[in-house]
Design a protein around this ligand. Sequence first.
Ligand SMILES: *Cc1c(COP(=O)(O)O)cnc(C)c1O
Length: 429
Amino acid sequence: MQKPAATRHASPRAIFDEHESAVRTYCRKFPAVFSRALGHRIWDEEGREYIDFLSGAGALNYGHNHPVIKRQVIEYLEQDGITHSMDMHTQAKRDFMQALVDVILKPRKLDYRIQFTGPTGSNAVEGALKIVRKVTGRASVIAFTNGFHGMSLGALAATGTAMKRAGAGLPLAHVTRMPFDGYFGEGRDTLEYVEALLDDPGSGVELPAAFILETVQGEGGVIAASTGWLQRLQALARRKGILLIVDDIQAGCGRTGTFFSFEEAGLSPDVVTLSKSIGGMGLPMALVLVKRELDVQQPGEHSGTFRGNNLAFVAARAALSFWADPLFEKELQLRCALVDERLRGIARQEGAKGCTPRGRGLLRGLTWADPGVAGRVSQAAFQRGLIAETSGAHGHVLKVMPPLTIDVEALQKGLDLLADAIQAAHATV
Ligand SMILES: *Cc1c(COP(=O)(O)O)cnc(C)c1O
């Protein structure tokens, strides 16, 4: 790699330490200066190689700089393709929409209008909340314990974590919190509670516009709802005239082993939010998929300057083309099975440490009886050349999110490093 003749600082991190806002987070846990990345590998400027099990928190499902995606993006730029277009028609946008309809929606018998929002997940969630409120004329929505839906005020109101909520500095309103699947432990059915409150005019819980949920909670601690719970939630929604928003920003785009995270449960959500990996190679894009009859907003009622990131459209279309080949999903499910087997094996070996695997597909995690273990494992893994973050309100879950396209050998190697890091983490206390 050619190194630019940049100003030399006393420390290679001095500019960040002295001038970057204190709000920065990931760089504190993984304090290298990264320079290149390809597939599941990422290098720092010292030339140290890491296996990436963070995958941009789900924004890099196809790995870094996937050659097929990258080639399309380079060619598009070389032809002076449009990069920014507000929400005007472009060829790149048309091609992306056609691919989404033909490769993803039609084969799954889903008929959605596609709303382009500003390019963050939070903005898609804001858009989704506006839709359900406008359609129903109701202000409140029901969100779940440990849900994460973004950091702007509307989305933050639906987010669970106290620390993140406190950042708002004002009351976060119009969201009623209900217990997610498993919240009270095994054998206690949280939906029975939700249903009882909604059916009882004395409960004080008003009829909401919608339920908003992740089928596997990513930031909240890799908590997967069971298929049965999801199906019963949808049935409850239909019975009460409550709309269903699945926030598939992290769990979607193949992360759980199918394109949408709700395919296994056979749900038909009224509204779906997508972002993170829809842009193919980490390029920002966000979408709201909305059932045709609910697409009731006036032109411009939800808007945004960066709804036309054409480089993301080009990358997204290239990524969606992978899904046209049924082998892609088969290969993906092999990797899901492999990770499942290894995580169960690790948990068994942990014995009295009370280690439990969590999640579904390649949105997985490990948690221990001692909530401090996950953080120590993440640090030990980083020292060994594996990047894996923690999640959950106490940072008590080690998140395992390899790229969907990682080769099996590298996947095994990453999991070996993880097993090694766990032993090392126990040895440090
Ligand atoms: C990451 C995420 C968001 C927010 O996306 P941003 O791009 O960070 O605004 C919303 N919902 C879920 C489920 C997420 O994982």
